[in-house]
Design a protein around this ligand. Structure first.
Ligand SMILES: [Zn+2]
Length: 292
């Protein structure tokens, strides 16, 4: 059975390939490895962050887990960068340079997805003396996101959104920006979806549902479960300080097992359903190592 974890982070000092081995041993087949964070390197050093992530992804593949790679400047990094530069213009310049690097990697087919990108959620980390910049900062984030949509549309790459506090209304706005940029919403994924499974809530943006038990209870009861596409994720943090807030690496496997046990799907149906979604969003054959 296809068991894809759509959002996994590895970190320096974490379990790394050992976590991938556990995932594979209990039945996991593929995962999307997403850009790492590091408190030990400068937040604008995307060259190093992307290189570290690419190495982490290679370690996962060496454990015979198929991988997709998402590279992109995390919106929360913009806040950290601003704390250093204290200049919005300079911070924007450094963040945009990160996007250029990510797009270069995507164009060279060294990654499959732009992400995670989106809107910052860590304003509490902004230095007090900079808080007057917040309204301009919010506008800047939106501008950068919309620019990224334009380039993602040109390169025909999918986008993984970090918008954990998004409501159906704000997703409608984001879907509108994507369409205006020429990017089809069916190439946009909302990571950490609430879950917004219904098209009236997600506006065509694919929900990637974090495998918390409350989400899974709602999902299992949802009447549209067979009609509306979605993916599952752990948002695994690999012993990062946020580790406790997200799911352990085995959780997607467990949820797939629960879906099968619910009696609503066979293992084959689940495989077809997830393979189709993975294929549509990433335009790759699932379960296949796509890069050597
Ligand atoms: Zn993430």
């Amino acid at each position: 059975m296809t068991v894809h974890d759509n959002h996994v982070h590895f970190h320096e000092g974490g379990l790394g390939r050992l976590a991938a081995r556990v995932f594979r041993t209990i039945g996991g087949t593929s995962m999307t490895v997403v850009t790492t964070y590091s408190r030990s390197i400068e937040p604008w050093n995307y060259e190093l962050l992307f290189r570290m992530t690419t190495e982490q992804e290679a370690a996962v593949r060496s454990e015979e887990v198929a991988t997709l790679l998402a590279l992109g400047p995390h919106p929360n990094s913009l806040i950290e960068i601003l704390n250093h530069t204290r200049s919005l213009e300079r911070a924007a310049e450094l963040q945009r340079a990160g996007f250029v690097r990510a797009f270069d990697a995507l164009e060279a087919q060294q990654a499959e997805c732009l992400g995670e990108i989106g809107l910052a959620t860590n304003y509490d980390r902004l230095e007090h003396r900079l808080t007057h910049l917040i309204p301009t900062l919010r506008e800047l984030e939106q501008t950068i996101l919309r620019e990224a949509f334009v380039r993602a549309a040109e390169l025909e790459v999918p986008v993984m959104l970090h918008t954990p506090t998004a409501s159906p209304d704000s997703l409608a706005q984001i879907a509108k920006w994507a369409k205006e940029a020429g990017l089809s919403t069916d190439r946009v994924i909302q990571h950490f979806s609430k879950p917004f499974l219904d098209p009236q809530e997600n506006h065509g943006i694919l929900p990637s549902i974090v495998c918390h038990s409350s989400n899974i209870h709602r999902l299992l009861k949802h009447p549209g479960l067979t009609e509306h596409p979605f993916l599952l994720e752990t948002d695994y943090m690999d012993l990062h300080p946020f580790y406790e807030q997200v799911c352990p690496i085995h959780q997607t496997v467990r949820v797939m097992y629960e879906l099968e046990q619910s009696g609503r799907f066979s293992a084959d149906q689940l495989t077809t359903m997830f393979d189709r979604t993975i294929e549509r969003i990433y335009r790759v054959q699932p379960g296949v190592r796509i890069r050597s």
